[in-house]
Design a protein around this ligand. Sequence first.
Ligand code: BT5
Length: 252
Amino acid sequence: QLGLKTKKLGHTIHFFDEVDSTQRIAARLAYEGAPEGTLVVAEEQKAGRGRLDRKWFSPKGTGIWMSLILRPAIPPQRAPQLTLLAAVAISQAIQEVTGLVPDIKWPNDILLDGKKCVGILTELQADPDRVHSVIIGIGINVNQTIEQFPEDIRAIATSLAIEKGERVKRAPLIQEILLRLERLYEQYLAHGFRPIKLLWEGYAVSIGKPVTARTLSGVIRGIARGITDDGLLILEDEQHNIHYIHSADIQF
Ligand code: BT5
């Protein structure tokens, strides 16, 4: 019922009214051998997850809560590139379907008007040298009103409908996301991350600006200089030391 135009992505779709997390279900399916392109979509998540076990608010019928299984033949350290690839595909799709122009905030947020509209969570099943599966979790606030967000995120979150001023249909957006993802993923497998990185830079907000990066090992303040070919953030601190950051929360 999504009217997909993709060759592979989304050809097997598992729809649920209510789940704890589409990530958990997709991880189980991947473990059981589900093919690349398998998609899990839910109307509502009772325990939607962000990074570091943070909560992802996923109320019924208002958003896109989905997880996609990919099986690229890459070493695990290249997996962060797929978060950035997904961010580009989703940004392109949002722009195509709504006319809104999103910003990507490294590594996994898409912003509209400075507020978070999309979160991406990339998880792996891998050996030290080889990925078995990558589960790309995508959460998009589509039709929430501002009152429908919990108070603690009301100031930092937004939905497509809030920004556009009218409701946005979810099925055409999912279709467009899968189409863009498939194109970029094929490009990535054939030509590597370079072409994706160029597209990513076109949407990136934090590059060239002073930012604060909160990592698990501490806080670094500096200027975001760009991303490496692996997708790490390059941060130059006040002493002009260069840091390569794998994972962090960024504040402007
Ligand atoms: C993320 O984590 O942004 C990744 C979110 C991934 C969600 C998808 S939905 C489908 C799949 N199934 C899952 O269970 N997860 C994935 P992070 O960067 O850690 O951001 C989490 C933070 O975003 C929270 O601590 C809140 O501050 C904020 N937040 C929670 N829900 C939000 C929402 N609906 N919109 C905007 N911000 C939100």
